[in-house]
Ligand binder design. Structure first.
Ligand code: THG
Length: 367
């Protein structure tokens, strides 16, 4: 691999200094920002995430803030998820689609106030879409990217660590609930959420200047818990079935195809972009869908482009993310599979760069 060329376009984060001091060994780019992808190594990071607690620089989960008297109206145009009963202090996983129902992003939505929302976005320029929709519809809103950088605290010891820094009350948060907690004179939004199945929190750090102070405070408070710098882990997130935009799905997929149909309960509401297309698709159901795929292998090469899924010599889908799982002793994978072959138990062949391997459609992810 070659190095990234330094550039102001490739944004650093408030935590980059801490990440680099901790020995980051691989970076990706996400929302035009650095995203750490490995420290001690994929497998060692994975084992540590499952037994201890990690600090994740996920500042690249940028926020799109929507503020103003028409904020709620714009939000309900942007997502087919019914927001009418959304309460401040709740996070909502909310697909955003175009007029044909194609996925534009799969953000976490946070209602901060009646006229103020954040969309915590995956890797696409959702700011531009939101500004365009607001402009076209003549809505009274401001749409911008605020100085907010999420720091995730993930792993089985996350509650213990967070209680030491923010007080016992933070452990009272329920899954996808959020509240405000003090640090160094700042009120920070904290949610019980994060891109792992090991449990934990996301701290929406603002302003960026306090980022390293918080990083150091968490590191110091968690020394005996073996807190380390970590990052979203490919193996763990595939085991858990967490989707990655532009890897597992893109604009050519609908939420139904992504298994996100349960988040389209507002598709019939007036003004929802793509709502009619999603309603139509819901009647027949999708023709292909995301499935957990188990691959018989003792190791897997990195997946850098989709691997074809074959049955009787014909292509019936593709593997979109895959890794060898040390805990399950098999290749764990996410695939998009045609209806004809998506039944659990169906035997397939996956074409990897290192040859064909037997695969099977599973009922559930590995959790
Ligand atoms: N946290 C925050 N922002 C994010 C992510 C995050 N932005 C980018 C990316 N991740 C968005 N994608 C996802 C995908 C899955 C989940 C959250 C964001 C997720 N899913 C849970 C699950 O599938 O088990 C729960 C969803 C639910 O039931 O509501 O957490 O991680 N801030």
């Amino acid at each position: 691999m070659v190095e990234f060329a330094p550039s102001a376009r490739l944004r650093r984060t408030p935590f980059s200094a801490g990440v680099e001091a901790a020995g980051v060994s691989a970076y990706s780019v996400y929302n035009h920002m650095l995203l750490p992808c490995a420290f001690a190594g994929l497998v060692e990071d994975y084992r540590h995430l499952k037994r201890a607690v990690q600090l994740w620089d996920v500042a690249c989960e940028r926020q799109v803030e929507i503020r103003g008297p028409d904020a709620g109206r714009l939000m309900q145009m942007l997502t087919p998820r019914d927001l009418s009963r959304a309460a401040p202090s709740r996070c909502l996983y909310a697909p955003v689609v175009d007029g044909r129902g194609g996925m534009l992003n799969d953000p976490v939505a946070l209602k901060l106030d009646e006229d103020r929302w954040w969309l915590s976005i995956a890797d696409s320029d959702l700011l531009l879409w939101a500004k365009g929709v607001a402009q076209g519809a003549g809505l009274r809103v401001e749409v911008f990217e605020p100085d907010v950088s999420p720091l995730a605290v993930q792993g089985p010891k996350a509650d213990a660590l967070m209680a030491r820094v923010f007080g016992e009350a933070v452990t009272g948060l329920r899954f996808f609930g959020c509240g405000r907690f003090g640090f160094a004179g700042h009120d920070l939004l904290i949610a019980r959420s994060g891109y792992s199945k090991q449990g934990g929190f996301e701290i929406y750090v603002t302003p960026g200047e306090i980022g390293m102070d918080l990083w150091q405070a968490l590191m110091a408070a968690g020394r005996d818990l073996d807190v380390r710098a970590g990052c979203p882990n490919l193996i763990e997130r595939v085991e858990g079935g967490l989707l990655s935009y532009n890897a597992d799905m893109d604009i050519s997929n609908t939420p139904h195809e992504c298994g996100l149909g349960r988040y389209c309960n507002g598709a019939n509401l007036p003004g929802v972009i793509g709502g009619a297309a999603l309603m139509r698709e819901a009647e027949t159901g999708p023709q292909r869908q995301i499935r957990p795929i188990e691959i018989a292998a003792e190791a897997l090469p990195p997946l850098t482009a989709h691997w074809p899924l074959m049955a009787d010599g014909a292509r019936v889908g593709q593997v979109t993310s895959a890794a060898f799982s040390p805990d399950f002793g098999v290749g764990v994978a996410i695939g998009m599979v045609n209806k004809s072959h998506w039944t659990p138990g169906t035997a397939l062949v996956v074409e990897t760069p290192q040859g064909d391997l037997p695969a099977v459609v599973r009922e559930k992810f590995w959790n």
